[in-house]
Design a protein around this ligand. Structure first.
Ligand code: EPU
Length: 343
């Protein structure tokens, strides 16, 4: 177990926000995490506890007066191989994209469209990360956790995780209670590319890649290039990917908006609901590429807020609020952050 007091957090969050945590604890095994919980209970320590992954979905508003936990467990293990399916157990601390690369190299398919999403495997199971028509939940079968109150191991089936769009029970009723230690994935030995999401086919054409001969590695590289063209590299410009989630509104609300904005991009969710891209609404409000203090809206994707250098969490939060107000005034929709605010 690695323990650091007064830990500087700038390198632990992709926004690059400078804040301090009273303590950072990095564990190497489930047993170490359990012993941390038991010691904490024995010393009646009730200070706040926060488990982080790659820090790509966090906004530190202030210094954190408590303990931050991080997994240093790194293992990928096949648990079963049956017919077309391979079942793989992956520790939560592994970087998500390292796992995607490992899977593609191992000829285990399904995750290609989720290439280059920042963060860790553990976070993928909390956040249900998604991109280009795929979501982590499509491949997760169950999740192993440690109860941070008792130290007990508990397994959750995908159904118990209650996955939704960028959502799971770990963000609601189970919030803060369980540390994800392993995620169990079901992948396939056959490559079935998903190319329907706008932009992928065009990107393949531009690269002279014939769809019928497409390899998994080519699809992965194409997705990586599409993302790089739209999303800033955190090492160059602090950001947390999409800052807001897209808005899911009732059909009636959508019809009204469509009357006033005939070109509004949208995706049917089901017969009752429609998803409207928050990035489009933010752009319509004139925020794309704008800066407020040291915080800004990325030039190439309005859903991404960036640290223009030396921004505090409060600077980013202030920009977030201004954007929310403007979008609400113009469209009557309150857009919600996907990023977790840590106060
Ligand atoms: N749009 C604009 N202006 C913008 C941004 C988007 O008009 O500045 C419009 C686009 O023209 C398009 C629509 O909004 O019609 C959707 O845009 P895009 O395909 O770029 O995707 P998104 O909905 O903005 C989501 C995810 C991304 C993911 C992409 C690709 C969320 C919150 N975000 O963004 O995820 O990479 O789709 O699948 O669902 C992340 O979570 O960090 C992330 C980057």
């Amino acid at each position: 177990m690695k323990i650091q007091d007064n830990c500087q957090l700038a390198t632990y969050n992709t926004f690059g926000i400078e804040a301090t945590a009273d303590r950072m604890v990095e564990y190497e095994s489930v047993e170490e995490l359990q012993s941390f919980v038991h010691q904490r209970n024995a010393s009646a320590d009730s200070s706040p506890l926060l488990h982080i992954g790659g820090g790509s979905n966090l906004l530190f508003i202030d210094d954190f007066h408590g303990t931050i936990l991080r997994s240093n467990m790194r293992k990928i293990q096949v648990t079963a191989d049956e017919g077309d399916n391979v079942y793989v157990c992956v520790t939560a601390g592994i970087v998500w994209d390292d796992w995607v690369q490992y899977a593609v190299d191992s000829h285990w398919y399904g995750l290609e469209n989720l290439s280059l999403i920042p963060g860790t495997v553990g976070a993928s199971a909390v956040q249900n990360i998604g991109a280009y028509g795929s979501e982590a939940k499509d491949f997760i079968i169950f999740v192993d956790t440690v109860d941070l109150q008792t130290g007990e191991i508990r397994h959750f089936t995908a159904e118990e995780c209650r996955y939704g769009y960028r959502d799971s029970a770990f963000k609601h009723e189970l919030k803060g209670r369980y540390a994800v230690t392993h995620v169990h994935f079901k992948l396939s030995h056959s490559f079935r590319p998903k190319l329907d999401y706008g932009g992928i086919r065009k990107a393949l054409e531009d690269r002279n890649i014939d769809e019928t001969n497409l390899t998994p590695e080519q699809l992965r590289q194409t997705i990586i290039e599409i993302r790089r063209a739209k999303l800033p590299e955190p090492s160059e410009l602090g950001n947390a990917g999409s800052f807001f989630t897209n808005s899911i509104v009732p059909q009636a609300t959508f019809k009204q908006l469509l009357n006033e904005n005939p070109n509004i991009p949208h995706y049917e969710v089901d017969k009752d609901y429609v998803k409207i891209p928050a990035g489009w609404m933010i752009e319509q409000c004139g925020w794309k590429g704008k800066t407020l203090g040291k915080a800004g809206v990325y030039e190439r994707q309005a859903l991404v807020l960036v640290n223009r250098g030396g921004a505090t969490g409060k600077d980013i939060a202030a920009l977030c609020e201004r954007i929310q107000e403007d979008v609400e005034a113009r469209f009557g929709i309150r857009i919600e952050p996907e990023v977790n605010f840590i106060a």
